[in-house]
Design a protein around this ligand. Structure first.
Ligand code: NOJ
Length: 540
């Protein structure tokens, strides 16, 4: 069977994982040096967020050179050494590919500016004339994902499109040379032994910008496949070509689409003729409620079957509020938005966090997620039960979202704070003791209590729970099936083939433990029953 179908994939955000050379920035040697942590945790693969040369206008998702390593993170030789160390333990390596946009420092963008209007070089991006007198207004009122206009004007008066930061100009995927360039990049990493690719905003590449262009209000009303840049059917032609390339390797390289599309469009990205797997982010936006979880699980297992893939499950990543915080946020804040983010979090003082409740629900959610058929994606630090860091001073923030919204949205820095490895300040083992610079985002004092070192020696810690869960998951999984057992309305009771019972109690009333041997619980049983906000695993 394809390894990725049931894999637990651990996401590394390289700048914040471990700093081996003391410059305050995590690096590839830091990953290599901590392979033991990944082995002890029991993951099947590592996905690395971008480690390529970048000015960090968007945390590395603004790439200057797709076939190199950022000098502050190491060298290609370090990448090879890291890959070899992971492979030596049977851990696969997945790299992030960002095809929708380059950085404005990529060799193509200055060439596009220099070559001027109507040139081939400019046509690799999306340049347009502006509107109004002298073309001084942007071609449309479209907004960038990080706030502000999606267009920026260049010196000679033309405007270019950037769906994200101005330093991330969108590419023109109608062009053959753009397509060839990415095939070369994919081959470059696949030849180096990379096992798979995570494809950034896989739904945005292909655009139809035939004029007149709809305005922002009209964009919202457009139906499937008719949007000028979101989820156009023709984007699958790009991935069919990528699939043909991946399948020339033995074993074929895997790919997972990051595509924030409605659930019923997801199967297109997950098809075996395309990328093969797609992120299902539905648990990020689902409330902590049995009906919502049951619907998400049922729908996604059906969709996975429809696509010929397996489902993926995600509770945290580098773009959203860490799930122990998310589950502790007061109801008054409402639901997370469409990307699992609560925009006013940390800004609106009426939004408070009950950390005990959040941590308890996060543990229960994690054990339910890890018991589901398919593949689970775990984000660095979630194994430690880390909370979001809300109190990063404005002058130390990095996320363009913070700056482009005038601080109205804190952005994503709070889930990207460097990991605590030991309980020793100043950097909690993130950097060597004689480091020349502090961690690139400030760590709060409470991080010491969540360190790998401390939690490894504590049976009740989050780390111990994750380690036990991943070990048992391997031992208990038999086949892809899942059935629902009748249960009280506030309880979900799932049975996996081979007699693995998983019961989550979302309600206040205690629930009975299924018959069999209790092998893991997210919180201690009370009087032999499953208390509120608790998941139990039972071998029948
Ligand atoms: C999705 C990535 O996960 C996010 O971090 C990034 O800002 C955008 N794509 C733009 O590349």
């Amino acid at each position: 069977m394809d390894w990725w179908r049931t894999a637990v994939v651990y996401q590394v955000y390289p700048r914040s994982f471990a700093d081996s050379d003391g410059n305050g920035i995590g690096d590839l040697e830091g990953v290599r040096a901590h392979v033991d942590h990944l082995v002890a945790l029991g993951v099947d693969a590592v996905w690395l967020s971008p480690f390529y040369p970048s000015a960090l206008a968007d945390g590395g998702y603004d790439i200057d050179d797709y076939r190199d390593v950022a000098p502050e993170l190491g060298t290609l030789a370090d990448f090879d050494a890291m890959t070899e160390a992971l492979h030596a333990h049977g851990i696969k390596v997945v790299v992030d590919i960002v095809p929708n946009h380059t950085s404005d420092r990529h060799r193509w963008f200055p060439a596009a500016l220099a070559a001027g209007r109507g040139s081939d070089e400019r046509d690799r991006y999306v340049f347009r004339e502006g509107k109004g007198p002298d073309g001084a207004e942007p071609p449309t009122d479209w907004e960038s994902d990080f706030g502000g206009s999606a267009w920026t004007r260049v010196e000679d008066g033309q405007w270019y499109l950037h769906l994200f930061a101005p330093e991330q100009p969108d590419l023109n995927w109608d062009r053959r040379d753009v397509r060839e360039e990415f095939l070369t990049t994919l081959r470059f990493w696949a030849d180096r032994g990379v096992d798979g690719f995570r494809v950034d905003v896989a739904n945005l590449l292909v655009k139809d910008l035939t004029e007149p262009l709809p305005d922002r209000a009209a964009l919202r009303t457009l139906t499937d496949g008719n949007h000028p840049y979101e989820d156009r059917d023709a984007v699958q032609e790009v991935y069919a070509e990528w699939r043909a390339l991946f399948d020339t390797y033995d074993p074929p390289r895997m790919a997972v689409a990051e595509a924030w599309v409605p659930a019923h469009r997801r199967a297109r990205y997950a098809s075996p003729q395309g990328l093969g797997q797609a992120f299902n982010f539905d648990l990020l936006t689902a409330p902590w409620a049995p009906g919502a979880w049951r619907d998400v699980i049922t729908e996604n297992l059906d969709l996975a079957a429809e696509s010929g893939s397996t489902s993926t499950w995600v509770l945290s990543n580098h773009d959203v509020i860490r799930h122990p915080t998310r589950y502790g946020i007061t109801a008054a804040a409402g639901q997370p938005n469409e990307i699992g983010y609560i925009p006013a979090f940390g800004v609106d003082p009426s939004i408070t966090v009950d950390e005990d409740l959040g941590a308890r629900r996060a543990r229960a959610a994690t054990l339910l997620m890890l018991a589901l058929p398919g593949s689970a994606y775990v984000y660095q630090g979630e194994e430690l039960g880390l909370f979001e860091v809300a109190d990063i001073p404005a002058e130390q923030r990095q996320d363009p979202t913070f700056f482009r919204t005038g601080g109205q949205r804190l952005g994503r820095d709070g889930c990207r704070v460097p990991l605590p490895w030991t309980s020793e300040p100043p950097s909690f083992g993130f950097s060597p003791a004689d480091a020349s610079a502090p961690p690139h985002l400030p760590q709060p004092a409470w991080f010491g209590g969540f360190s790998v070192e401390r939690e490894a020696g504590d049976d009740a810690s989050s780390l111990s729970l994750y380690r036990a869960a991943l070990r048992l998951r391997r031992a208990l999984t038999r086949g892809e099936g899942l059935t629902w057992e009748a249960s009280a309305p506030e309880v979900l009771h799932v049975v996996r083939q081979g007699g693995w019972h998983v019961l989550t109690n979302f309600g206040a009333e205690p629930a009975a433990v299924p018959a069999g041997e209790v092998v893991l619980t997210s919180a201690p049983l009370v009087d032999g029953q499953v208390p509120a906000d608790t998941t139990v695993w039972v071998r029948a």
